[in-house]
Design a protein around this ligand. Sequence first.
Ligand code: TEU
Ligand code: CA
Length: 544
Amino acid sequence: MLNFQDKVVYQIYPRSFCDSNGDGIGDLNGITSKLDYLASLGVDYLWLTPFFRSPQRDNGYDVADYCSVDPVFGTMEDAERLLREADQRGIGLMLDMVFNHTSTQHVWFQRALAGDKTYQDYYLFRDGAPDAPPTNWQSKFGGSAWEYVPKLKKWYLHLFDVTQADLNWENPAVREELKQVIRFWQGKGVKGFRFDVVNLISKPETMTDDLQGDGRRMYTDGRHVHQFLQELTRDTGMDSMLTVGEMSSTTLEQCIRYSNPDRRELSMVFNFHHLKIDYKNGDKWAMQSPDIGQLRQLFDVWQTGMQQGNGWNAVFWCNHDQPRIVSRLGDDRQYWQESAKMLALCIHFMRGTPYIYQGEELGMTNAYFEDIGQYRDVESLNYHRILTAQGRTEQEVRTLLQARSRDNSRTPMQWDESPTAGFTDGTPWIPLPQYKPEANVQAQAQAPASILSFYKRLICLRKEYPLIARGDIRFLCPDAQDVIAYCRGLDGKKLFVYCNFSAREKRVPCPGNVHFLIGSYEQPPQMTADEIVLRPYEGCAMMV
Ligand code: TEU
Ligand code: CA
């Protein structure tokens, strides 16, 4: 397997990136028009979330045809041109393979519905009475994970939306079809893949009620998942590409297995444990203030654990499912720039391949929508209904969605200061954030102290110092409240990173005769022989 330690990936949500034809929806030609911007940022790969033909019930994660382009995003020629033009700039494209499920509009599912037994075996259909779902498993988007088809007198499994039917990976014909999809895009010159919820693909032989939870422990990191991934990688020659798996509710041991190069499964993995530190009792729809002590602990366990097991992390704060990090763990008002830079530094200097989600490099904030009518996401709309039915007040639901909705990350990319942020000449499919600091490219591109310039420097430093790409990691200051500190090391060189996650001044021990490399304030922090004084939301890196 190849290493991708000195690479940086930029994630694009095409629908919200740049609209080239004024219909209010971002598209492939829009992305092509911004390649110079992406090249100037210095990123190596672009991960594009799904643009395949889809009814767009879950914005493309409900795929109806894996080898086509949805007309909303353009044509196959547009995709080919984007690939070519990216390649000319030394940028590789990674596509998003949603292989746990297909849209119910997919021809396979349509044939299954029409009674074709061969295609019924592509999915997880089970017999049963109309009032008794086969198990008590819950969909990740709320409600039962089973849907009854009266005509067939059968239920089908959908771990996500009712229009996203889970595929039956135990069926070798399904695995062959999916390999063909990989080969199709390899043939077009794609350089990598992201695999959606790929640790959920292997379900138990007999599916039974989960008496302790929502069912996830019965299919997460399931019995044949490693075997299936090894087979997929081997049969498509995917081990020369960048591959990343999205791992839902996984464990460290499993992630070592997925990403240890000797096992030839994936180049790296996403896990989400560090993004649940503000979930009360693990419940996304129950709030608590972020627990930085727990965050520090989780990073320590995962970073040192993956190092010991020779696994490799994708390191990230943001994606199209997560609220904006500067609003979540920073202070997007008083310390907007300082906290956005501190968070960037904290993640980019860890051991792993950093991912930047569009707009993160500008310090884009949450949407702060006031009105339920402004939300678009199927999960947000489902939960609006569910939480209201549970008797929560309108105000409570509004506050929860403002903090948790996936639409927080899906507002249009902000290119300039105009009312539609330079995203479209038409009406954007989703409103812009209701609060807007100077989080746009026009304001930041030429400003040396901007958040954008800071991200560019972080990317350059990774290329310049093998220590950042390849060094080992050790966590420091376990008892410093609201501080995350670590040390990277390679060939006798050391890099110390200190991040203050609070608006209060923090003091940490000085590790010796260090020099300042980069920080979220232009001037180095105040330092004595024994102490470093961190300003509010200060992040800084020092070297010896
Ligand atoms: O997400 C998987 C997933 O479980 C979450 O990130 C999910 O959005 C969250 O738990 C909801 O609270 C992936 C994709 O990233 C997401 O956009 C898709 O909706 C989902 O799979 C289904 O394909
Ligand atoms: Ca468009």
